[in-house]
Write a protein that binds this ligand. Structure first.
Ligand code: IPD
Length: 268
């Protein structure tokens, strides 16, 4: 895809993310309709409504590009390009009235060789947009360019000492993933400045990209939670290590400023 096309796709994804963000903000204090839930997860009727809105918006400018989303796919998601969408990342926060959630939209392209893509099925992220409608913070990136927050360049922190680091941990949705993470949490909590558990993986990635956090760790995360934020982090100079695990587009990951990953990986 030519650079001018990438810029057009970025503008289109920004419009879609802002439109969904408006709906999310407007519904912040409204009663939420729960479509389904498990012990550690909730799906809202609004998740589906926002994904449809995003899809309609993206289709206006790019009618031929399929969409792979948390709330289902449309079109052939093995095509040369695809949108990857999480309409509300941080649904549990949003349901409980905690204003920490965001919209994530990424554009991915099939890499020439699957090894180069960075994701299990051989895709690489070209464009990433994460929008927090509560703080009106918009992160954007195009592969190979700098990452931006509300138009201003951002960079990861320079902290290399774990004892000074603020590290965020995500506790995902299954017993297996929680049990993998708990011992790591128990160990790390004594070694870092502070642990933060905020409930939105995409915002945690953009917080690392912005130098607010020094690292973010989670096992059992899904592609739509990390595709946009992962690119934003890389474009901000960070390191986004991920490894596939069983499940639909599932990964475990360590996102960091690049200076702490070795130390963090020791036991994870
Ligand atoms: C979830 C959030 C949460 C993370 C979960 C994700 P969702 O996304 O990002 O912080 O721990 O693994 O699935 O379900 O709110 O879109």
């Amino acid at each position: 895809m030519k650079f001018s096309e990438q810029q057009r796709a970025l503008a289109c994804a920004v419009r879609a993310a802002r439109a969904a963000g408006k709906v999310i903000r407007a519904n912040a204090s409204a009663a939420k309709t729960i479509a389904s839930s498990t012990q550690h997860d909730i799906k809202l009727e609004l998740d589906v409504r926002c994904q449809k809105l995003i899809e309609r918006s993206l289709r206006k400018d790019f009618p031929g590009i399929p969409l792979l989303g948390e709330e289902g796919d449309s079109g052939d998601t093995t095509a040369a390009q695809r949108w990857v969408v999480d309409p509300i990342d941080g649904t549990v926060n949003f349901t409980y009235g905690i204003p920490h959630a965001c919209v994530c939209i990424a554009l991915q392209e099939k890499a020439k060789s699957p090894r180069l893509g960075g994701y299990t099925d051989g895709y690489a992220t070209l464009i990433g947009v994460v929008y927090d409608p509560f703080c009106d913070e918009l992160w954007t990136a195009i592969r190979g360019q700098v990452a931006r927050l509300n138009g201003n360049r951002i960079q990861v922190s320079r902290r290399r000492n774990l004892g000074e680091a603020v590290v965020s941990i995500g506790f995902a949705k299954t017993r297996e993933n929680l049990e993998r993470t708990l011992p790591y949490f128990n160990e790390l909590v004594h070694r870092v400045r502070k642990i933060r558990i905020m409930g939105s993986a995409a915002l945690a990635l953009t917080y690392v990209a912005s130098g607010r956090f020094d690292a973010y760790i989670e096992s059992g995360i899904s592609l739509w939670d990390i595709a946009a934020g992962g690119l934003i982090l890389e474009c901000a100079g960070g390191e986004f290590w991920r490894q596939p695990i069983p499940g639909r587009h599932a990964y475990r990951m360590i996102a960091s400023n690049g200076l702490l990953r070795r130390t963090l990986r020791v036991r994870y």
